[in-house]
Design a protein around this ligand. Structure first.
Ligand code: BZD
Length: 897
């Protein structure tokens, strides 16, 4: 079997040998010539029988089963839009054969060879090229883009080690490198003919034609690895292009190597390769910061060079740059790809010869920004000095954009109110802690020296009374010298580049990811920008793919939905899920619904046994909180609620316990960022509480607390279908959207949550009666924090009781001073309960009591569960992608014939 790919621009023909499977010939940039030969079932079987049936060889077969569709299709100017992603894709095999509707055929083929599809699939490691919700959202979006036939690509970095593997030890979380490429990756196609040079350091010089040129420095090469993303029930397969870095071939220091200086000879190579070693390398050190910035720039530079090269190829020699934004949209998935802005400007001006204003118009119309967080500490800033060293030309461009912004702000607000103007400039500028340019600095000179008349706005001349004698002046100088000597030396705040501000200034669209979050973006985080450019701001509520998150991960529920809605149309048209509403009281559906959930719970019980050694009762309520461990997500509130429950149980006799509590299995999962100490303490605390409760003979099956190690996409696919209650309990206003809340609700799980992120919309869609709501509202958080800081808040007695219980040592010898202290705001423990755990605790435990009552009535619970699935249609990423396509990218689906 041969796979032929001809690259039109370089006229290079490549012949790549791959394992014999199906014969599909694909000429990568000329779809008109694409030939797809029929694949028969016999074909599948005979081919498979010639290979050991491991996941790799089967995946190689399947890879070519999908037609690999290039972004630019046959006619020259089809719009083709690029999407920057970090992908948290999980496994690909079941998804790929599922999207091609070949799961049955593959399972049968394997069975004939004495293997099960499940075992083969389980050999595949998760592709964990993202952190959490952000990366997984990108993967859902790619699935929807392909399924809906939108011409779009994803771009990312091909990390050698993805997100770390989490081990749980007696001290809590331990991070271990995840070598996901160890046994090879059958899903990627290396494109040695698609590579770009990426430069760092060096200097900017002015050439004789008056143009800036960035020269010298250190060059590396980014090579493309393509991962096909097949759509569901369509021929369209889109591309996720991942960059891997290496040293340019002419830069290997052969003479150093021959002279025995092996390390020196390999230095450049290691420097280049380490850019793609790991996802989010620690950035506490200077080295770490440089590496992260190099990663971001590599992604932006290689991807833009690639996009531009394809645009030029399609222009057949007459490039009309003003058409670039009609053909290309770049969606920046958070601020990590912000450098696309100065990079596009640089290429257009310095390489393609456009003027500043031509390049700016094109850049503005091309790029758009999605914000995924309102946490101030998560809004990226880079040291100006570091950026200037690494990317000197980009910093010049950013300075120009900043200058342009200052002019825009002044022209909007005028100079009559310098105080207000200064405030605006300080909050909106891209460059932080910078002096104002000379042109405007005079406006804000020291009022003592240059008093401005409030009424006229003019400078007031100094009077005699204001005149300081020489003696007074020298006395004053002496005084301030003494004061200065007694004071700490003034620390000059570091000059920084604010990436989010750059995105908002340059992007033609700025969107949040849930209604409440987009409102916070407008009213709070970027309010000054919203006042200046209200038309830029939009909402695009997140979504998840119903293929992976119902159809493939929960096949029994999928079959049930198909049966009761009379077709499987709902997989593409999720609005059909609402047809389940009319059967919400149907006894037969109830029985089948419960049976399905039980099967999924049994699978989870055996998984938990294998991973943790704990046995759980599949008839207990499965109560799950799985997500990144973060104080704002409040896993601490959940575990303290469990401690409260445990303490109450201990205060009762066996009969009372049984009568008062519904048996529960409380499952936690999630990773803490390696340097986030408080999050790691939370993991340790949960596992300690579990170890005590799970071994307490008084408690038995009434309560189990389990921390599932190494939570990832594959584990989520197992847990979500088995969940009955899931917790989305962030401090209101802090979770941008959440996407697992959508997955749980789709799978008939009832949520307990605050009015935060997408919870608000989920509750609206599934009905208030089918959502357990508690806690403070976003609009009240600021005043509650103030009250708390002023010492006016009196914690609930039950909360105090729980803390005392924890401090009594019942969960082992470890002291939880730092955790408990953070809830009290004790000296040395930072902000007083910033996440308002104590405030929300009473309403949380009271709400949990309502959960128990509802669960006892299984008819009521099952109805709530059905109504969750029935009400989840809005949360398909197909809906989200249609909205991005229409409101931001201006593209239409492009179905292949
Ligand atoms: O993005 C998440 C938000 O926290 C969720 O509320 C939201 O649903 C998803 C998708 O929109 N954000 C992240 O996952 N952010 C990161 O992973 C991240 C990583 C490094 C630096 C900054 C953010």
């Amino acid at each position: 079997f041969s796979f032929t790919s001809r690259n039109r621009s370089s006229k290079v023909s490549l012949l790549t040998r791959v394992k014999p499977s199906f014969c599909v010939r694909c000429v990568s940039s000329e779809p008109k010539q694409r030939v797809r030969e029929p694949v028969t079932e016999e074909g599948v079987l005979s081919d498979l029988s010639t290979f050991p049936p491991d996941a790799a060889s089967i995946a190689s077969s399947i890879k070519y089963h999908a037609e690999f569709t290039p972004l630019f299709s046959s006619n020259n100017f089809e719009p083709s839009k690029a999407f920057f992603a970090t992908a948290q894709s999980g496994r690909a095999l079941l998804n790929a054969i599922g999207n091609l509707e070949l799961t049955g055929e593959y399972a049968d083929a394997l069975e004939k060879l004495g293997h099960t599809l499940e075992t083969v699939a389980s050999q595949e490691p998760d592709a964990a090229l993202g952190n959490g919700g952000l990366g997984r959202l990108a993967s859902c979006f790619l699935d929807s883009l392909a399924t809906l036939n939108y011409p779009a690509w994803g771009y990312g970095l091909r990390y050698k080690y993805g997100l770390f593997k989490q081990h749980l030890t007696k001290d809590g979380q331990e991070e271990v490198a995840e070598n996901w490429l160890e046994i090879g990756n059958p899903w990627e196609i290396v494109r040695n003919d698609v590579s770009y040079t990426v430069k760092f350091y060096g200097k900017v010089v002015m050439s004789s034609d008056g143009k800036s040129r960035w020269i010298g420095g250190e060059d590396i090469v980014a090579v493309a690895y393509d991962v096909p993303i097949p759509g569901y029930k369509t021929k369209t397969t889109i591309n996720l292009r991942l960059w891997s870095t290496k040293v340019p071939s002419d830069q290997f220091d052969l003479s150093a190597f021959n002279a025995g200086e092996h390390s020196k000879a390999c230095e450049a190579q290691t420097n280049a390769e380490k850019i793609c070693y790991i996802l989010y390398p620690g950035d506490e050190s200077e080295e770490g910061k440089i590496l992260r910035l190099k990663q971001q720039y590599t992604l932006c530079s290689a991807s833009l060079q690639d996009i531009i090269a394809r645009f030029e190829r399609r222009s057949d020699g007459s490039v009309r740059w003003e058409e670039f934004p009609d053909k290309v949209a770049v969606q920046m998935n958070d601020t990590h790809p912000t450098l696309c802005i100065p990079e596009l400007m640089r290429i257009l001006m310095d390489v393609k010869g456009l003027t500043w204003s031509e390049a700016w118009k094109i850049t503005e119309r091309t790029v758009a920004y999605t914000n995924h967080t309102v946490l101030p500490e998560a809004l990226e800033k880079w040291s100006y000095e570091l950026m200037q060293r690494l990317l000197p030309r980009h910093v010049e461009i950013i300075e120009m954009i900043d200058k342009q912004l200052i002019e825009d702000i002044i022209s909007e607000y005028g100079t009559s109110n310098p105080e207000m103007l200064e405030k605006k400039l300080v909050s909106m500028r891209i460059l932080e802690n910078f002096d104002l340019p000379a042109s405007v600095a005079g406006l804000f000179a020291n009022p003592e020296e240059n008093p401005i008349d409030d009424k006229t706005g003019e400078k007031v001349e100094a009077t005699d009374a204001d005149t300081v004698t020489d003696k007074e002046e020298s006395e004053g100088e002496e005084k301030s010298k003494n004061e200065a000597a007694n004071k700490e030396p003034a620390i000059t705040p570091p000059k920084m580049v604010r990436m989010a501000n750059l995105c908002v200034v340059a992007g033609h669209s700025v969107n949040g990811v849930a209604e409440i979050h987009s409102e916070i973006v407008k009213k709070d985080v970027f309010n000054d920008f919203f006042q200046l450019w209200p038309e830029k701001f939009q909402n695009k509520t997140n979504g998840v793919t119903p293929r992976r998150w119902i159809h493939f991960c929960n096949p029994d529920l999928s079959a049930l939905i198909t049966k009761w809605t009379s077709s499987n149309d709902w997989i593409l048209k999720t609005e059909k899920l609402s047809e389940l509403q009319k059967f919400a009281d149907n006894e037969d559906l109830h029985n089948e619904w419960r049976a399905t959930k039980r099967i999924n719970k049994i699978k989870v019980a055996s998984f938990l046994k294998e991973k943790t050694g704990y046995s759980v009762n599949p008839d207990a309520m499965f109560d799950i909180q799985v997500k990144r461990i973060h104080e704002y997500k409040r896993q601490l509130l959940n575990i303290l609620g469990i401690v409260y429950r445990y303490k109450k149980m201990k205060d009762m006799n066996a009969a009372e316990r049984k009568a008062n509590f519904v048996p529960r299995v409380c499952i936690f999962g999630g990773k803490a960022f390696s340097t986030y100490v408080q999050a790691k303490r939370i993991i340790k605390f949960i596992t300690d509480v579990g170890a005590t409760i799970n071994h307490d003979p008084d408690i038995g099956d009434l309560l189990k607390v389990i921390f599932v190690p190494d939570y990832n996409v594959t584990v989520a696919e197992l847990l979500i279908p088995a969940s009955e209650l899931s917790q989305h309990i962030s401090t209101a206003g802090m979770e941008a959207s959440g996407t697992s809340n959508m997955k749980f609700s789709m799978n008939g799980c009832i949520l307990i949550g605050t009015l935060d992120g997408a919870n608000v919309e989920i509750r609206q869609e599934v009905g208030e009666d089918n959502f357990f709501l508690f806690g403070a509202r976003a609009e009240d958080i600021a005043s509650l924090r103030k009250e708390r800081a002023e010492g006016k808040f009196v914690p609930d007695e039950r909360f105090e009781e729980v803390k005392k219980f924890v401090k009594s040592g019942v969960f082992g010898p470890h002291n939880y001073d730092e955790l408990m202290g953070s809830l009290e705001g004790n000296e040395g423990f930072g902000r007083a309960d910033y996440f308002l755990v104590a405030k929300d605790f009473p309403s949380y435990i009271e709400c949990q009591e309502k959960v128990d009552v509802a669960y006892r009535d299984q008819r009521r619970w099952t109805k709530m569960s059905i109504l969750n699935t029935a009400g989840s249609s809005k949360f398909s990423s197909d809906r989200t992608i249609h909205e991005y396509a229409k409101d931001i990218w201006n593209i239409q689906p492009l179905e292949l014939i």
